[in-house]
Write a protein of this length. Structure first.
Length: 254
């Protein structure tokens, strides 16, 4: 997997200058917007799987989505509670969901649920994601904006009960490429032995399995099966990531 990595912060090449973005989004033909999509499927074993589509949205269209989302989404940076402490979330966020789904809560924070009708572009992207993933029915979306390489999301799993036991989560990236890491959750016995590096060495417990994906501008990554039950994921800080990244994670609340 490491051979696939490049330095975070390497941007996906020249971009058009940000212009005005109308509410309907880009106007290219469908084929230009959604190029032929090569898929890489990673079997994480135990019924967990990741699908990576590096070129899900064509570069130009993806920059138009980026500009639209950067300007039009009402980003907030809420204060959340982590391990009993209050802290400002280290990235901007926004939540969009079907009308009846207003009860997402994470880290003591309940975001306002915006309607899809406020952001026509998101409906277009949702439609494309549904077409790429037959049988999927996403009804909610968590948006994240990482302004610089100091913004991040720490290790977690989207294993809230409201998503059910085997949620499919589809993640679309725009802007600066960043590394996306997955690590196997410790088994119960590993956890009770202590999960720290020192404890691990002392007890000769093997390091957790780690997978890394470089999420580029216009890419799609899908986690499915038992990935949320058995694995955690993160987007770590990266000093070289000097420009913003916007990420959309589509989910289905049951
Ligand atoms: O930005 C990403 O790629 C991941 C976002 C994420 O982990 C989340 O929203 O739960």
């Amino acid at each position: 997997m490491a051979s696939r990595l490049r330095l975070a912060g390497e941007n996906p090449g020249p971009r058009r200058s940000p212009g005005s973005v109308d509410a309907a989004g880009p106007e290219e033909g469908e084929a230009e917007r959604w190029p032929e999509a090569r898929r890489e499927v990673t079997d994480l074993a135990g019924g967990s799987e990741v699908v990576h589509v590096p070129r899900f949205v064509a570069r130009e269209a993806a920059w138009e989505w980026f500009d639209y989302l950067d300007k039009r989404i009402p980003w907030t940076r809420p204060t959340i509670r982590v391990f009993g402490r209050s802290a400002v979330q280290p990235r901007d966020t926004c939540y969009v969901a079907d009308e009846e789904l207003t009860d997402l809560k994470y880290s003591g924070h309940q975001p306002h649920a915006h309607s899809w009708d406020e952001f026509p572009v998101l409906k277009d992207i949702l439609k494309a994601v549904h077409e790429a993933l037959p049988g999927s029915h996403f009804n909610s979306l968590l948006l994240n904006r990482y302004k610089t390489g100091s913004d991040y999301v720490s290790w977690h799993a989207d294993d809230e009960l409201l998503y059910g036991p085997t949620p499919e989560i589809a993640s679309v990236t725009f802007g600066c490429e960043r590394e996306f890491l997955l690590r196997k959750k410790p088994t119960k016995s590993q956890a009770s032995n202590g999960s720290g590096e020192v404890a691990r060495k002392r007890l000769k417990v093997s390091a957790p399995q780690l997978k890394s994906f470089l999420l580029k501008h216009g890419s799609l990554l899908v986690m499915r099966g038992y990935t949320q039950r058995d694995w955690q994921h993160s987007v770590p800080k990266r000093a070289k990531a000097s420009s913003p990244r916007i990420n959309l994670t589509f989910r289905r609340v049951l």
